[in-house]
Design a protein around this ligand. Structure first.
Ligand SMILES: *Cc1c(COP(=O)(O)O)cnc(C)c1O
Length: 428
């Protein structure tokens, strides 16, 4: 496929390509297993000496077609789906880290990912140094250790809406000979192309804008194929030395640019089994056809809502990279020139008490623990996801008791603003 094609066309046309007389839409292969006529061929599949489907826990054609679509959208070399974004983050790191290894991660990341790395992976013997994404290059450099195996960050941090300085992070990863892994969930490949800025591996929670309708939890990992594992063979023996569980397969030798994803599929999916349902992959691929349309509308609406909020007497501050006075406005223009996403956070005057009053006053915007789908929704982190924290802890985490997180949907912006306006007016 030509790489010069525009991203909105790729959203519609990539992935499944029917042959003559075949169904126009991607088939849902709802089958756990696959039939063969010869036991010798089945044996070759188990040795990875021949490619083919044998059990959906490892691979399924519908899942692979949806993964191919995401791979093409990111401009990657190989991709796989997982049952959730959490599984994607874990697999992306655990594929190249073992007990005794170390990770450097941005501290401004999704809470679930933070917990995965700081608590659960720590229990597995994998340690992490967290660095604020705005840290200087020297501070970032100082976080690396001889046993560091990966640098992790989010392109657009959830919920802090910090835009990553890709150049700084890519330079640090290159200096220390480790891949840069970036969670590109919020901007999606429509608004941000991490591989063009030196990122090696991209992860997604497809649950968010990619699915876009709050129907399916899912994740994805895409490999650019650019990181040279062989050049750092001593650091990544699991990719460059024989795997006894597959009769001596050497992933870098036998699978080239597909080495990293193949290993994640045949080892981690085999052993941990975070496989998406084919039905979900069908829905994901279908929803991806409108991703570019939806992202454009999410951004236009969020810009209008953010501008309205800055004018409201009942709003103390508004954080959205599309606003010219936002500290990440310039980075957003550089790395996400067509917009960021539909998520805005803002401070409500009167803090905690008014936050719940405001939310209860809303009619169109729904109270939901979700972001990034077609329908506008709001969340008060201090009263829900972070409610166990004291006010001091909340301020430290950057989610003060007055913070409202608004996920602007694709309704008409006038109607979203009218709903917010009437809810704010009732406070004064
Ligand atoms: C939601 C989210 C995740 C986790 O994804 P799930 O699909 O909920 O498991 C990871 N990263 C980011 C940026 C997210 O927003």
């Amino acid at each position: 496929m030509p790489t010069t094609r525009n991203i909105d066309t790729t959203c519609v046309q990539s992935g499944y390509q029917p042959e003559n007389g075949e169904p126009r839409c991607m088939p849902i292969i709802q089958s756990t297993t696959f039939k063969y006529l010869s036991s010798a061929q089945m044996a070759r599949l188990f040795d990875l000496s021949e490619a083919g489907y044998f059990y959906t826990r490892l691979q399924n054609p519908t899942n692979d077609l949806a993964a191919a679509k995401i791979c093409e959208l990111e401009g990657g070399a190989a991709a796989m789906l997982t049952a959730s974004g959490q599984a994607a983050s874990f697999f992306a790191l655990f594929n190249i880290c073992s007990a005794g290894d170390h990770i450097v991660s941005s501290s401004a990341i999704y809470g679930g990912t933070y917990n995965l790395i700081a608590v659960t992976m720590k229990r597995m013997g994998i340690s992490c140094t967290f660095v604020h994404p705005d840290a200087s290059a020297a501070e970032l450099d100082a976080a690396f250790q001889p046993n560091t195996k990966a640098l992790f960050a989010e392109s657009l941090a959830n919920p802090a809406m910090i835009v990553l300085d890709f150049e700084k992070f890519a330079a640090a990863a290159r200096t220390h000979g480790v891949p840069l892994i970036v969670d590109n969930t919020f901007p999606t490949p429509v608004n941000c192309r991490p591989f063009e800025f030196g990122v090696d591996i991209v992860t997604h929670s497809t649950t968010k804008y990619m699915d876009g309708h709050a129907t399916c939890v899912g994740g994805a990992i895409v490999d650019s194929g650019n990181f040279d594992w062989q050049a750092h063979a001593d650091k990544y023996p699991s990719l460059t030395a024989p795997d006894d569980s597959y009769h001596g397969v050497i992933y870098t030798r036998d699978f080239g640019k597909g080495a990293y994803i193949t290993k994640a599929v045949v080892q981690l999916m085999r052993d941990l089994g975070a496989t998406p349902a084919p039905m979900n992959s069908f829905m994901l691929a279908t929803h991806l056809e409108t991703l570019a349309l939806r992202m454009k509308r999410h951004c236009e609406n969020a810009q209008a809502v953010a501008e309205f909020l800055t004018q409201s007497a009942n709003v103390t501050w508004v954080s959205y990279p599309g606003l010219p006075d936002n500290p990440y406005h310039e980075l957003a223009r550089k790395y996400m020139p067509n917009g960021t996403c539909g998520v805005i956070s803002f401070g409500i005057c009167g803090g905690r008490d008014n936050a719940s009053k405001f939310m209860d006053n809303l009619k169109l915007c729904a109270i939901a623990t979700h972001v990034a789908d077609a329908k506008t929704c709001v969340l008060h982190p201090a009263g829900t996801t972070h409610r166990q924290m004291t006010d001091e802890q909340l301020e430290e985490a950057g989610v003060g008791p007055d913070l409202i997180r608004l996920s602007v949907g694709i309704e008409n912006a006038e109607d979203i603003i009218a709903d917010i306006e009437q809810a704010l007016e009732q406070l004064s």
